[in-house]
Design a binder for this molecule. Structure first.
Ligand code: KIV
Ligand code: ZN
Length: 511
């Protein structure tokens, strides 16, 4: 059995299915570049048939990613598979991941198909996928509640048809480790052609067992884990990439395999995904939580100072903590700025684009003397907004907040081609700013979330604001960063409105 564990990241597909975690094409590109830098083996970039936006995003990722395999999800029907095949066509290495449900409850109540019909459809799906690629993954949705004899039968048939990876999802997070490991072991033993494929698992976290189930499956012979950065995903999420990777790395003695992952890229990936989706990471989250490596009790601190391994099983720097060193300052030149942006994975489209970003960097460096990677990441996010998608833009702002007075905001906005003034009072300056914007936008949206995070430390840090808005079942996140958090808030609100205003469309791809 191979000692290589394939890491299949589905942050941009299953992760995106978390309500409010929708990502634009540009956001997906930034995440994809970070995943490639982290040396993820397979990047599931989306569900190409879900919408034109999804198709474009998968295709854009397929165009730029060279080292990782780029994958698109497809239901087991011809048109979904065609869309996926077209979307991954430019990829250096492309995979189609097709799925159909196999549990009695899903086949009877959802698909209204017999087990034989499902098997026949699955085999046809592999045939359609083979027209586009040899790298074909088949998933038996809700395998965790499917009958083992039937799983053996359908897997044998799709392997004969040409599937190269067989994925066993615990779609509703119902399994427990011993049981899930036994399922994987039995499948590998009983499916006659099991040695022709890579066995993969995809675990949801409804009982908090997604990582434990995935790792138990590795002990039983699985050699691909599907996971997401920060454990993002449908409902309670998917197995968390960082926990899986570090468990396997730290306990090689138990798992007898390792990944290609550059673990120092884990924390930057976590921060990037959290910033883009607006889903904060809980402080006590393993590996990527802010407290994951801090020791509070005197006894622990004393032990760590005497000998780190008394209380630490991993080194913070090995997963990318402490990398937020000072990178640039107000005297840094254009070349240093350009090379740091490239290292951070920013796409510099033209000299004009670079000049614009450099001017914004100089403005920031005037306000905030020390510029860290996180500041540059925030600047890149702002710069990533395509001008034609920026219907609303903040030109100038004035806020009033004084004890005993009603807070007020006066804004100058660009709306399309026109410049307009907007003013309003509110319960605080942020409320006033949002109300002022609404006097112009009249968006009819509901504010679902407002959160502020300091990007780095110190009172001169930039505040990064996330705003989540919903209208007619569409949910979008907007981000804004500035050393003034009221300005950051107004930018975040406008960013979300721009996403609603533009052609940004998102259907929930869960069937
Ligand atoms: O949870 C699930 O079953 C899935 C499949 C489409 C792999 O996400
Ligand atoms: Zn899933």
């Amino acid at each position: 059995m191979s000692d290589q564990l394939i890491i299949f990241d589905t942050t941009m597909r299953d992760g995106e299915q978390s309500p409010g975690a929708s990502m634009t094409r540009d956001e997906k590109l930034r995440i994809a570049r970070q995943l490639e830098r982290m040396r993820v083996d397979v990047i599931e970039a989306g569900f190409a048939a879900a919408s034109n936006g999804d198709f474009e995003a998968v295709r854009a990722v397929a165009e730029v990613i060279k080292e990782s395999t780029v994958c698109s999800l497809a239901r087991a029907n011809e048109s979904d598979i065609r869309r996926s095949g077209e979307a991954i066509a430019p990829a250096a290495r492309g995979r189609i991941h097709t799925f159909i449900a196999t549990s009695p409850i899903h086949m009877e109540k959802k698909l209204r198909m017999s087990a034989d019909q499902v098997l026949e459809q699955a085999v046809k799906a592999i045939g359609w996928a083979r027209e586009y690629t040899d790298d074909i993954e088949f998933s038996a949705e809700d395998a965790g509640r499917s009958e083992i004899d039937y799983l053996c039968r359908i897997f044998e048939a799709v392997i004969n048809a040409g599937a190269t990876t067989i994925n066993v999802p615990d779609t509703v997070g119902y399994n427990v480790p011993e049981q899930f490991a036994a399922t994987i072991r039995t499948l590998i033993e009983r499916v006659p052609n099991s040695d022709k494929v890579v066995w993969s698992v995809h675990c949801h976290n409804d009982l908090g067992l997604a990582v434990a189930n995935s790792l138990a499956a590795v002990r039983a012979g699985a050699r691909q884990i599907e996971c997401t950065v920060n454990g993002l995903g449908e409902r309670a999420g998917n197995a968390s990439l960082e926990e899986v990777v570090m468990a396997v790395r730290t306990r090689r003695d138990i798992y007898q395999c390792d990944t290609h992952i550059d673990t120092t890229q884990i924390v930057p990936a976590s921060k990037l995904v959290s910033g883009i989706t607006g889903f904060p990471v809980q402080p006590n989250k393993a590996i990527v939580g802010a407290n994951a490596f801090s020791h509070e009790s005197g006894i622990h601190q004393d032990g760590v100072l005497k000998h780190r391994e008394t209380y630490e099983i991993m080194r913070a720097e090995d997963v990318g903590w402490g990398a937020n060193k000072l990178v640039l300052g107000k005297h840094s030149g254009r070349n240093a700025f350009r090379s740091r942006l490239i290292e951070l994975g920013a796409a510099i489209e033209s000299e004009a684009h670079l000049n614009h970003a450099f001017a914004r960097f100089k403005e920031l460096a005037d306000k905030k003397h020390e510029i860290f990677d996180e500041d540059l990441q925030a600047l890149i996010s702002d710069e990533a907004v395509t001008p034609e998608l920026e219907h609303y833009r903040l030109v100038a702002s004035c806020f009033h907040s004084e004890t005993g007075e009603t807070p007020a905001a006066r804004l100058t906005l660009n709306v399309g081609e026109a410049e307009v003034q907007a003013e309003a009072n509110g319960s605080g300056p942020v409320d006033a700013a949002f109300k002022a914007i609404e006097t112009v936008a009249k968006s009819g949206t509901e504010l679902l979330l407002y959160s502020v995070n300091a990007i780095t430390t110190g009172t001169d840090a930039q505040g990064e604001v996330t705003v989540r808005l919903s209208r007619d079942g569409k949910v979008v996140n907007g981000q804004g960063a500035d050393t003034d958090i009221i300005v950051a808030s107004a930018k975040a609100y406008l960013n979300a409105l721009n996403k609603l205003h533009g052609k940004f469309e998102k259907l929930n791809p869960q069937i």
